[in-house]
Design a protein around this ligand. Structure first.
Ligand code: DGJ
Length: 742
C-alpha cells in the first residue's frame, strides 16, 4: 500500500493492490476529488480528471475565469454556499451568523498504522505495516477552525477508512452544525442505491432504488442507529451481481443519529455524504477545543457484492471487533426470555439450565426480570440488584448453581434506561433526558437516562461492576428498548443542547469501554429490541449482537441475508425458538430453525424441558454439530447463493480458510409439487479438492460443484416413495462438504 504525494501537481495517490484514491489540492487551495475505484497506475498528473467548463447560471470564484465553480467540481470536504449549491460536508455557524467557511490546504502527514479515535469506536491496526494514514490539514482562515481529514488505506482489501478531526484554533467560539465523516463525489450517477431497511422484527431487508437528480437519504433521528435503517449503503452498477461487477459499500461506525445521503446534480454527478445526522446535531467548539467525527469505512470492489461483503466481514471481524472473544468460537447458549418472560423463580431457571446442560448447551443466560421490582415492564429498570423474591440467593448464588451444573452464566442488563417506578429514579428524577415544561414520553414505560452526564454513567457503571465483581458472570446481554424523545439534558446549558444526542452515545461508548476493560473476558452481546442498534459502533465493544427479536426461521432468512451484506456471521445472534413462533405464530420444523441459526452465534430461546424426548435428542445432535463446525460457520468465508428476496429458495454457504470444509445451507419456504431439477452452483471451493457430500455421500471435485453445481432436487415429486423423507413447507438441508481423504 502506498500514499504518494506528487509535489509538482500537488496530487495525492493512495493505493494498494485493489484500489486507488486520488485527490489534488486545487488552485483555490481546496481539496478536489479525482478518482476512487479499481487500482490504476500511478503518475504525476491526473489534473485533467478535474473537469470544468463555463456553464450559464453558474457562480464563479475568480474574476478572470468563468470555468472554476465549486458547483461543478468534485471535492473532498465541501461547504455549501460558496458557489457550490449542493449540500456540504461541513457547516460552521459563527458569532456573526455567517455559515460560510473556506477550508484550504495547510499541510499533510503520513503515518504507519492508524490512530485511535478518542472516545469513539473505529477500525484499528495491530502493526504499522497493516495500513498507512494520510492526514490532510485544512484550515478556515476567518474562524481559525482546522479540519484534519484522516484517510487510512489498509494493505489488504479495497478499504479506506475516513474521519475528520476539528480543532478551533481561532479566537472566538464557533458552532459545528454539520460535520460529516465522509464526502465522496463521484463522476456519474449510474448506480443502484441499496439500503438495509425495515422495522422492529423485520430488520435489514434489502431495498434498491435508482438515483435521479435530487437527494435520497437514509438515517435515524431516534437516538439509536435504528431498526428502520442500518448505517450502511451500497452503490452498485446496474449489472453488478453477487459474483461480479462494481460496488462501493459505505458503512458508518456509529450507533446514534446518522445520515447517509446521495445527491445527484443537474449534470448527473453524485455526492455521497455520511456522518452524524446534521438535523439533530450542533456542537459548540470553544477556542482550543477539538471535535472528532465518527469513522466511515468505504469498500470498493469490482468483484461483486459478495466480495464487498467478505471484505467488510474480515475487516469487522478482525480489526473492528476486539478483545478476548474476537477470534473465539462463541458459546452455545440457552436464553430464558421466550421460555419464561417475567415468570420465573431460581429453581425454575435451574430446571431449564439443567436440561440445557444435558443437551450440550454451554452458557445459560438470564434475561430481563431479575432485578429490582421488575415483575413486568412497568418497574425496576435502574435498580440493578437481584429481586430477592424471585432470586432469594441473589445473582451470585444463581450463578454458582449454574456454574455447578457445568455451564457458564450470563445476565441481561438495560443500562441506559429507568422506570419511574424504581429507587434509582426516585433518587435521581432529574437524571432522565427530558425537556423542561414538556411531556415526558415513555417507551415501554421506560425513560432514557441522561448518559451525556458522567455522574449518571458512573452510577450505572458502579452498579453493573458490583454485580460483575461479586458473581461469576461470563456474558452480558446489553439491551436498549426505546428510542429517545424530548432530548434535553438539564446538566448542560442552552447553547449545548444540540450536543446531547452525540454526548449520549459517547456516554454509552464510555460505559462499554470501562466494562470491557475491567472485565475483558466477559462476552458482550448488544441488543436493541433485536436489531435497533445492530451497527459497527456496537461491534467494536460487543463482538456479537441480537439480530432481531423475530426468531422465526423463515423471517430470519431475509434478516440474516440482508445483515450479511455488511456484517460477519460471527456477529449475528441467532437462536432456535419454539413453535408456534412467538412473533409470527408459524410452525417450522425444528431442523429448519437450527439450520438457519447455525449461521450465527447459535443458541436456544426456549425451555428444552417442554420439548419431546425425540426433540431433545435432535437438539443434542444439533449442538454437537454446532460444536464441531462453529469455527467454520462463524469464521469461514461467507457466500450468498440464492436470495430470499428473489424467490422461494434461499441458499448460502461458508468455506473454511484451508478450503477443506464447506457448509451449505439450503432453504425452501413453500413446498412445490413435481418441480424442476435443481442445482446449486457453489463458491469458494478448491477446484482440485475432492469433497464428500454429507447428504448423498457422493464425492465431487470443487470445480464440478462450482461449475456444474450440487444437486438439490426434490426426489419425491409430490409422492412419498419408500425410504425417502418427504419434503414439507419450510424445508431445509445442511450439506457438509469435507475433503475426502484417502
Ligand atoms: C428485547 C430483546 O430484544 C429481547 O430479546 C429481550 O431481551 C427483551 N427485550 C427483554 O425485555
Amino acid at each position: 500500500m502506498y500514499v504518494i504525494f506528487h509535489e509538482n501537481t500537488r496530487t495525492f495517490h493512495l493505493y494498494n493492490d485493489d484500489i486507488s484514491y486520488i485527490m489534488t489540492i486545487m488552485r483555490n487551495g481546496h481539496l478536489g476529488q479525482l478518482y476512487f475505484g479499481k487500482r490504476i497506475q500511478d503518475k504525476e498528473d491526473f489534473s485533467y480528471l478535474l473537469e470544468t467548463c463555463e456553464r450559464p447560471m453558474t457562480s464563479y470564484i475568480y474574476d478572470n475565469d468563468r470555468t472554476f465553480s465549486l458547483e461543478h467540481i468534485r471535492q473532498e470536504y465541501p461547504v455549501f454556499g460558496t458557489t457550490d449549491y449542493r449540500q456540504g460536508a461541513v457547516e460552521i455557524r459563527q458569532e456573526n451568523g455567517s455559515r460560510i467557511s473556506d477550508f484550504t490546504y495547510r499541510g499533510h502527514t503520513v503515518s504507519e498504522g492508524k490512530p485511535l479515535l478518542a472516545g469513539l469506536p473505529a477500525t484499528y491496526t495491530e502493526s504499522g505495516s497493516e495500513a498507512l494514514t494520510l492526514t490532510v490539514t485544512l484550515k478556515d482562515e476567518v474562524t481559525g477552525v482546522q479540519a484534519n481529514l484522516l484517510y487510512t488505506i489498509f494493505a489488504k482489501g479495497g478499504i479506506l477508512a475516513r474521519s475528520v478531526q476539528f480543532a478551533n484554533e481561532g479566537l472566538r467560539p464557533v458552532r459545528l452544525t454539520r460535520a460529516m465523516s465522509l464526502c465522496l463525489d463521484l463522476p456519474d450517477r449510474d448506480y443502484v442505491w441499496q439500503q438495509l431497511s425495515g422495522c422492529w422484527a423485520r430488520e435489514c431487508h434489502i431495498r434498491n432504488r435508482t438515483l435521479e437528480p435530487g437527494i435520497v437519504s437514509i438515517g435515524s433521528m431516534r437516538g439509536n442507529s435504528s431498526h428502520e435503517h442500518n448505517p450502511f449503503l451500497v452503490l452498485k452498477r446496474a449489472d453488478t451481481t453477487e459474483r461480479c461487477g462494481e460496488a462501493i459499500g459505505i458503512s458508518l461506525i456509529y450507533s446514534g443519529n446518522f445520515r447517509i445521503q446521495a445527491e445527484v446534480d443537474a449534470h448527473d454527478t453524485l455526492r455521497v455524504l455520511a456522518g452524524i445526522d446534521p438535523e439533530t446535531f450542533e456542537w459548540k467548539l470553544e477556542r482550543g477545543e477539538t471535535f472528532q467525527t465518527p469513522e466511515a469505512v468505504m469498500v470498493y470492489t469490482d468483484r461483486g457484492l459478495n466480495h464487498m461483503s467478505q471484505t467488510f466481514h474480515k475487516l469487522y471481524q478482525k480489526r473492528l471487533a476486539k478483545g478476548y472473544w474476537r477470534d473465539k468460537a462463541r458459546p452455545i447458549l440457552n436464553n430464558n426470555w421466550e421460555a419464561t418472560y417475567f415468570d420465573f423463580t431460581e429453581d425454575r431457571l435451574i430446571e431449564i439450565a439443567s436440561r440445557a446442560k444435558e443437551c450440550g448447551v454451554e452458557l445459560f443466560v438470564l434475561d430481563d426480570g431479575w432485578f429490582g421490582a421488575r415483575s413486568s415492564d412497568k418497574a425496576g429498570l435502574g435498580d440493578w440488584k437481584a429481586n430477592r423474591t424471585r432470586l432469594p440467593g441473589g445473582i451470585a448464588r444463581l450463578a454458582d448453581r449454574v456454574e455447578g451444573l457445568g455451564l457458564k452464566f450470563g445476565l441481561w442488563f438495560e443500562p441506559e434506561m429507568v422506570n419511574k417506578n424504581s429507587d434509582f429514579y426516585r433518587q435521581h428524577p432529574d437524571w432522565i433526558l427530558s425537556t423542561p415544561d414538556r411531556s415526558q414520553s415513555h417507551g415501554r414505560f421506560q425513560h432514557v437516562l441522561d448518559f451525556s452526564r458522567k455522574e449518571v454513567v458512573d452510577a450505572i457503571y458502579e452498579q453493573m461492576a458490583a454485580i460483575l465483581r461479586e458473581a461469576k458472570i461470563s456474558y452480558i446481554k446489553w439491551d436498549m428498548n426505546r428510542s429517545i424523545t424530548e432530548c434535553y439534558s438539564s446538566a448542560w446549558p442552552a447553547d449545548r443542547q444540540g450536543e446531547i444526542y452525540h454526548r449520549y452515545i459517547l456516554g454509552v461508548y464510555d460505559l462499554y469501554d470501562r466494562l470491557t476493560r475491567e472485565f475483558p473476558k466477559v462476552l458482550f452481546e448488544s441488543c436493541s429490541s433485536g436489531g435497533g442498534r445492530f451497527d459497527p459502533g456496537m461491534l467494536y465493544y460487543a463482538p456479537q449482537g441480537w439480530v432481531s427479536d423475530n426468531s422465526d426461521a423463515v423471517e430470519r432468512l431475509k434478516i440474516q441475508y440482508g445483515t450479511s451484506m455488511c456484517y460477519p456471521v460471527s456477529s449475528m445472534g441467532t437462536h432456535v425458538s419454539v413453535t408456534p413462533n412467538h412473533q409470527v405464530f408459524r410452525n417450522t420444523p425444528l431442523h429448519t430453525r437450527a439450520n438457519v441459526a447455525y449461521f450465527g452465534t447459535f443458541g436456544y430461546e426456549l425451555d428444552l424441558n417442554k420439548l419431546t424426548p425425540e426433540e431433545n435428542e435432535d437438539v443434542t445432535v444439533q449442538i454437537a454439530f454446532m460444536k464441531k463446525y462453529r469455527d467454520v460457520l462463524q469464521f469461514g468465508s461467507f457466500y450468498r447463493l440464492m436470495s430470499p428476496f428473489e424467490g422461494n429458495e434461499t441458499a448460502w454457504m461458508v468455506v473454511s480458510e484451508d478450503q477443506e470444509t464447506a457448509i451449505v445451507g439450503w432453504y425452501r419456504v413453500l413446498n412445490c409439487v413435481n418441480g424442476r431439477y435443481t442445482r446449486l452452483r457453489l463458491e469458494g471451493l478448491n477446484p482440485a479438492y475432492c469433497y464428500r457430500n454429507s447428504q448423498s455421500g457422493v464425492c465431487c471435485f470443487g470445480d464440478e460443484l462450482m461449475y456444474a453445481g450440487m444437486i438439490t432436487s426434490d426426489e419425491t415429486a409430490g409422492q412419498v416413495p419408500p425410504d425417502v423423507t418427504p419434503y414439507t413447507d419450510f424445508e431445509s438441508r445442511i450439506y457438509v462438504l469435507e475433503v475426502a481423504k484417502p
